[in-house]
Design a protein around this ligand. Sequence first.
Ligand SMILES: [Zn+2]
Length: 464
Amino acid sequence: MTAKHPVSVLPGRGVALRRGPSLLLVDADPMRTSATLTELAQLATESLDGVEGSRLRSLTKWLLANEDSSPDFAVISSDRHGGLEVFAYGAATVRVYVTEFATPEVIRGADAGFLVQRSYPSTIFALALTIDAIDPLAGGPIGATGIAPSEIFSLEKGSAPGAGMVLWPSASPSTDSAVYTIPEPPPVATPEPTAGDGVLVGSATAPADATPLVPPTFAVRLDDVPPLPRSARTPLPIVGGPRKPAAFRQGIAEPTLVPPRDVVGPADAALSSAPTDVANRPVSAVNPKVALRDQQLQINGLLCANGHINDPRLPVCTRCGIRIDRMTGALVQGPRPPLGLLVIDDGTTFVVAGDLLIGRDPEPMVASRGGIASVGIGPLDPIRINDTSGSMSRAHCELRLVDWEVRVVDTGSVNGTYVRLPRAPGWITLRRGQEAVLYPGSQLRVGSRSLLFEAPHGRISDVR
Ligand SMILES: [Zn+2]
């Protein structure tokens, strides 16, 4: 099927853009442009042929670096399964009309701690993007009895002023030379391996059916985070996922990873301020283990012009993105900043600011080690992950921070820990005590669950 679906533009402040495989609605003045808008439009509409969840990753990374300046936006894009991927950020709202008369599912970017991502089959009736808190559809019906696709006023390519867009996947394809195409579903995929047999793919939940209705992704689904005023958002750690079993949600160790109390700024501020908070906390002289746990590891790095300490191997600051001149940059010792993010396949995200022990029951081993990282300074925190396949061990693997590197170490799991490095074709199997360095974009398979290690900027592997 190649369809050129009609797109209606709703009046109001904002810009509607249709380009490549995507629709982008952004809260911006249509008469002004900026580098931020150019970048956002590029990331939202570039063709991505391949990696599952890659638009989510690129948008997430971009937002981590640009949350201060990013306008509110929503995106609809084709995914490689022939489905539709939807993103909402800030004041953007997506309404999903599965059928013409069903009450729409409403997804608000503002309800989430961060970016919301969902996937839908291309057989749904309509998808509406709006920016204003006010519904330009006025809650009214959609389709034949309300707003309906127009054969004349359909955005086929380029941009137009507008505060909303409606995509009509159900409507007859335009016969003109429109650009929006839904790709063919891929040929039958390799059968999903059973858990624990050592062959891994990027999803924990993919049905054996070759064309799943809702393609699984590394989805940052954050829409059940309680709504907060934007200024009071606590950006990280990000916790979400409406389809998560309750037991899993309860078991998450989210509050312990980054002290969220003072963190109200953008994600970058969270990343940079968290360790300072820890460092400034009074160290207890009573309990030496608490003292070791609270102590911030000191590390050598290069300072950027804004005073952020960085891995000396990186050409740009991971916090503010400016170039670091390795000839004139100052080599200093300071508290190590968080080194990245760990995104679990249900969207739960953790800041990698210290060692993490991952498993279905990791707390006893964390307790037996006094909650202290492998280097003897800083915290070891548990990440409890639900796994019904029986292939995940209680303490399965550990992320260890060694200087500027994040390593994964199998801590004696029964079935091994599987690692796929970015751009690598296959998986590495780690057995007890074996370790691998994780570069941003590396995937992990632990039992039947998938995890992604990501970092806001620094691609250390690219500069070697
Ligand atoms: Zn900097």
